[in-house]
Design a protein around this ligand. Structure first.
Ligand SMILES: NC(=O)C1=CN([C@@H]2O[C@H](COP(=O)(O)OP(=O)(O)OC[C@H]3O[C@@H](n4cnc5c(N)ncnc54)[C@H](OP(=O)(O)O)[C@@H]3O)[C@@H](O)[C@H]2O)C=CC1
Ligand SMILES: O=C(O)CCC(=O)C(=O)O
Length: 411
């Protein structure tokens, strides 16, 4: 099932549990605006290259639309649409005053030089600058993008609209980025995992973790989990996968990954087949890379007792059903990885106030939001006698539906 069909399905299940009016249900699914642009840039060798970029703005009932921009070869409209919709539900679960959006450019950032990436980002910004804004739609990093990408967007946008630091989040701290944003998604994953394990009378310390993806989210999650005594027994990225049943030395692995641009060749563990990482033995599986990686092909083989969805949409609905029957507990993406957008909200607030918080305040506030989010999700699970994914979806859909109706929605 593709990402959009899967997301729509989860939304509809939640809508039925809530007993939403069918016209309201339909209207909540339709995106507010879908933008597609062609971005042509000169490559360093003088030839021209054209890339297709998207910004899909899903819903703004609860506030400005918010969500990352992804640079990846597999970016396509249905997936961006699904990711935009997931942002609407994620900001509602986190209870931050935003709607949802997502963007992306179909490109392989590894094949482009820094100056080509800068030109591409500037052309993309030129094409969408009048459709984003501090109170309309606020982009942020996602796969293949980071603080430097946000700095280029900020600079290009400001040429049209004057200096506007709050138009993007996840910026470099020197340009108004928030302390703690870089680590925020991974730190949120830690807080979410702690809340989940506590519920089961367990703690992070001593549990065996497997993490797929060692980029921003995966590497911070690995670092923070291992600092709390969790044993990270395997990680993977696009270059390969490494396993050590005694626990990988994460600081050394981070150093190796920075120096060699990937985990491949790390001597502190054994190389394993990256395709088998999700089914290796562990207590907690943390997918932190692409969507759809847990599916009917591998769900039966998964050995983890818990799955914490650091990536967006890593679990296909068919896998969801199989895993539920096996008793695997899944902490869904729209809660588990909401730490990133929550600290993006803190960044936006700081920019608007023209005031900078210290990192301790950012991290403490994040913990408060994640703890409250878990409690709210559990409450919905109790009310609707459902699993954590439906608990999170019903919480979110109910909040967005209420905001929509209060603003004066009419069938
Ligand atoms: N950044 C954020 O704040 C947030 C991100 N997310 C989600 O988290 C996930 C990761 O994002 P982020 O960490 O920012 O992205 P990054 O680009 O920083 O990192 C992605 C990681 O995934 C690896 N990867 C890519 N393809 C594969 C594959 N087929 N198998 C194994 N690893 C792979 C990459 O390897 P390599 O580097 O070698 O290419 C890299 O290690 C995405 O689903 C994203 O939507 C969710 C919430 C917020
Ligand atoms: O920080 C943000 O605004 C959004 C991050 C994001 O794209 C996500 O949570 O999937």
């Amino acid at each position: 099932m593709n990402a959009l069909a899967a997301t729509n399905r989860n939304f509809r299940l939640a809508s039925r549990l809530l007993g939403l009016d069918s016209k309201l249900e339909k209207s909540l699914l339709i995106p507010f605006r879908e933008i597609k642009v062609e971005c042509t840039i000169p490559k360093d060798d003088g030839s021209l290259a054209t890339f297709v970029g998207f910004r899909i703005q899903h819903d703004n009932a609860r506030g400005p639309m918010k969500g990352g921009i992804r640079y990846h070869p597999e970016v396509e409209p249905d997936e961006v649409n699904a990711l935009a919709q997931l942002m609407t539900w994620k900001t509602a679960v986190a209870n931050i005053p935003y709607g949802g959006a997502k963007g992306g450019i179909g490109c392989d950032p590894a094949d482009l030089t820094v100056s080509e990436l800068e030109r591409l980002t500037r052309v993309f910004t030129q094409k969408i600058h009048d459709l984003i804004g501090v109170q309309t739609d606020v982009p942020a990093p996602d796969m293949g993008t980071g603080p430097q990408t946000m700095a280029w967007i900020l600079d290009e946008y400001s040429k049209f609209h004057g200096h506007s630091p709050a138009v993007v989040t996840g910026k470099p701290v020197e340009l108004g980025g928030s302390l703690g944003r870089d680590a925020a998604t991974g730190r949120g994953v830690l807080f979410a995992t702690e809340a989940l394990l506590k519920e089961h009378g367990m703690s992070v310390s001593g549990q065996r973790f497997i993490i797929q993806g060692f980029g921003n989210v995966g590497s911070w999650a690995a670092q923070l989990i291992s600092e709390k005594g969790g044993k990270v027994v395997a990680v993977s990225d696009i270059t390969g996968a490494i396993k050590n049943t005694n626990g990988l030395d994460i600081p050394s692995l981070l150093k190796h990954s920075r120096e060699h641009r990937g985990v491949k060749g790390f001597h502190g563990g054994d190389a394993i087949d990256p395709n088998s990482i999700l089914v290796e033995d562990c207590d907690v599986l943390v997918p932190a890379a692409l969507g759809g990686v847990i599916n009917r092909e591998n769900a039966n083989e998964i050995k983890a007792k818990f799955i914490v969805e650091a990536a967006n949409h890593p679990t296909d609905p068919e896998a969801d059903e199989i895993l539920k029957k096996k008793g695997v507990v899944i902490l869904p993406d729209i809660f588990a990885n909401s730490g990133g957008v929550t600290v993006s909200y803190f960044e936006w607030v700081q920019n608007i106030q023209g005031f900078m918080w210290d990192e301790e305040k950012v991290n403490n506030e994040l913990k408060t939001y994640m703890t409250k989010g878990f409690k709210d999700v559990k409450e919905m699970c109790k009310t609707h006698n459902c699993d954590l994914r439906m608990g999170a979806f019903t919480l979110a859909v109910n909040r967005v539906a209420r905001a929509t109706v209060l603003r004066g929605w009419e069938a």
